[in-house]
Every structure is written in C-alpha cells, then in structure tokens.
Write a protein that binds this ligand. Structure first.
Ligand SMILES: NC(=O)c1ccc[n+]([C@@H]2O[C@H](COP(=O)([O-])OP(=O)(O)OC[C@H]3O[C@@H](n4cnc5c(N)ncnc54)[C@H](OP(=O)(O)O)[C@@H]3O)[C@@H](O)[C@H]2O)c1
Length: 329
C-alpha cells in the first residue's frame, strides 16, 4: 500500500504528522492521480498544517501542496494519459508528502522531456512565484536594482537568479554569514547579513542614497518597514510572504509622499483566476531550466523518515534554497 505523512490534527508538522499506509486514491471527474517523483517542501506547508494557510484543509490530510511525478490514473473528462510526467499543485487531502497524490488535470503542466522531474519540482513554486512577482506584478526592467530579502531561501534564491538573468543589479539580504555566502554564489552583486548589519544603512550606502527600484519581500514584519524606507521613487515593494509571522501595514501617506507602490503577489491563485498567465509563466521559465540558465538551488533531498525534521529546519531558518521530498530517497 502507498505510504503518506498525515496530519491527524492541526498543529506544527513535527507534532501532528504520522506516517500511515493509505488507500490508492481514485481520481474524480477532471482529476488525475500521480506517483510522486518529488515534492518541494514549502514554508506554506507548515502554515497549512497549522491551519494558518489561505487554503484550509480539515484533518486528516497529507500536506505537500506542490509535487510532480507520473500519471497513473485519470478521471472522467481528462485528456492527459497515464505515463505522462506532470507538475502542479495538489488538491484536497492527498498532498505531495507521500507515494501518490491527486491533482486537478486542468491545473497541471506537462514536464518537457528535457527537464528532469526533480528539477521541475524544485523550480515549480520558486520560479513561478518570482516570475509573477518580478515580471508580471513588478514590471522589472533590465538595469534596475532589486533588493531581495531572505535571499538564500527558497523563493528568495530564485528571485536573485531571475533578477540577474534579467540584467538587474541585485542586493541580497539574509541572516548569517553562511547564507550571505550562498547569496554571493547565486550571483548577488551585494550581499548583506541583516542579522548583524543595519539593512537600511547598507542599502542606502550601496545605492548612493537613492534606494532600490524593486524590493522582493517574503518575510514581512519589521523587514517590510525597512523595505518601505529603502524603496526608490516609483519603486515597487512586492509582498510575497510573511515568514516572520507578522503581517505588516503600509501607511497610505508614506506611499504618496515617496511615490512608490506596494504590490501583492499570489502565484497559487493564477491557476484558477488567470490560467493563461500561468502558461505564459511556464513558457518563460521551462526553456531556462532546460538549458541551465535557471538551476534551482536544492540544498537537501529527504525521504519519508527525515521529512518532519526538514520541515522543522525550514521553520527555524536553518535551510537554504529548496528542500525536496523524494519518497524513494
Ligand atoms: N505569494 C506567493 O505566491 C508565495 C509563493 C511561495 C511562497 N510564498 C511565501 O514566501 C515565504 C518564503 O517561502 P519559502 O518556502 O521560500 O521559505 P524560505 O524563504 O526558504 O524560508 C523562510 C526564510 O525566511 C526568513 N525568515 C525571516 N524571519 C523569519 C522567521 N521569524 N521565521 C522563519 N523564517 C524567517 C529566513 O531566512 P533568513 O534567515 O535569511 O532571514 C528563512 O530561511 C513564505 O512566507 C511563503 O508562504 C509566497
């Protein structure tokens, strides 16, 4: 029987997850079942276990909102076929941290033959998020300066890579010397340790007092307030997430006086709201993953046993880049 980590109640994953044998799901109309090749471990998976994510699931459920693998069964009305390799967001209680998962057929992407499943999985959420943030929502232009917060993390590392690939100057900020080195290795022009340096002073010094055109903020809280102070005239402050746990507010008079925009980013909702834009995103990022222009930073691949510890490490800021779950590892 397939195995899966299941949240039996809401709470922190390492407290509420238990490993279970589960029935192989039967796909409903419009759905597919996949054998998991890999699933990326997202900060939002922790929030989902806690019942604090936008999409709330009732226990018992298997977390893992993003995954990729090979189709084994298709439901009524589905034109995809068993054997095809796909990637997408999981639906309902059969998430990606198991041997099998369920997805909505019209929301998945067929992985191009020249892209390995593990690469597609590692890049799925991070490059998707950064493409929507930087290009669709942030209107990033070559030559602009981008400040990336939590730049050694999952989405942050992808924002550094994509901004560089677009011909931008990147100021990366992260916590601790090891993460700062990761930022440099990713190609950041300037790397700041915001756990020991004054982020505002350093950014202003690096930009001759002008500030940055775009801020990519997956952290929120006090960092958002610093970001407001270092965003340039006509700049865009991209609200990507709240890893700090604190949802900030921006006073409207500050936006007016400094003439900048605060821009929301919600990658996951495009599948339902504007699927054409998701195709545009995939068309942009897959060729770059296939030819190596974008190579997702994977710091660790874990199997069943090590998944809860990996989620704890992500929560406690000990991971860099992407952590991948592989049921065969
Ligand atoms: N809007 C969207 O569509 C979208 C899509 C994907 C993800 N997200 C969001 O983006 C954020 C990052 O996701 P991710 O999966 O890529 O995680 P991640 O960035 O790999 O991990 C979170 C990082 O945030 C930083 N951080 C700062 N304060 C923190 C705190 N108090 N607790 C924990 N971490 C803290 C840490 O980096 P330092 O130690 O360097 O500070 C940590 O490594 C999450 O909030 C997630 O929900 C949003």
């Amino acid at each position: 029987m397939p195995r899966a980590w299941q949240a039996t109640e809401l709470g922190l994953p390492w407290d509420v997850l238990s490993l279970a044998e589960v029935d192989t799901p039967t796909p409903g109309p419009g759905e597919i079942v996949i054998d998991i090749g890999a699933a990326d471990v997202n900060f939002a998976d922790i929030l989902q276990c806690q019942g604090q994510y936008q999409v709330r699931l009732e226990p018992p459920f298997t977390p893992g909102m993003s995954a990729g693998g090979t189709i084994t069964a298709v439901g009524e009305g589905v034109s995809l076929e068993p054997g095809q390799r796909v990637i997408g967001m999981t639906v309902g209680s059969n998430g990606g941290f198991g041997d099998v998962a369920v997805m909505q057929a019209d929301g998945v992407t067929v992985i191009p033959d020249d892209v390995p499943v593990a690469t597609a999985v590692a890049g799925h959420v991070i490059y998707g998020t950064s493409w929507f943030a930087l290009h669709r929502r942030g209107n990033l232009q070559p030559g602009e300066t981008v400040l990336v917060l939590a730049a050694a993390g999952g989405v942050g590392s992808s924002a550094v890579q994509m901004s560089k690939a677009h011909g931008c100057r990147v100021i990366a900020a992260a916590g601790g010397p090891a993460k700062v080195q990761v930022c440099r290795d990713l190609g950041a022009d300037v790397a700041i340790d915001y756990s020991s340096e004054d982020l505002r002073e350093r950014v202003l010094a690096e930009t001759d007092g002008r500030g940055v055109d775009v801020v990519y903020d997956p952290v929120g809280g006090e960092y958002f307030d610093i970001a407001r102070r270092v965003v340039a005239w006509e700049g865009r402050l991209l609200v990507v997430g709240f890893a700090s746990g604190t949802i900030p507010s921006a006073p409207a008079n500050h936006l007016l006086v400094k003439n900048y925009s605060v821009v929301g980013v919600h990658m996951g909702a495009y599948r339902d709201v504007d699927p054409e834009r998701l195709r545009e995103c995939n068309d942009a990022i897959y060729p770059m993953m296939a030819d190596g222009r974008l190579e997702p930073l994977v710091s660790r691949t874990v199997g069943f046993e090590d998944l809860p510890q990996a989620m704890l490490d992500l929560y406690e800021r000990r991971t860099t880049g992407r952590v991948i779950f592989d049921p065969a590892a």
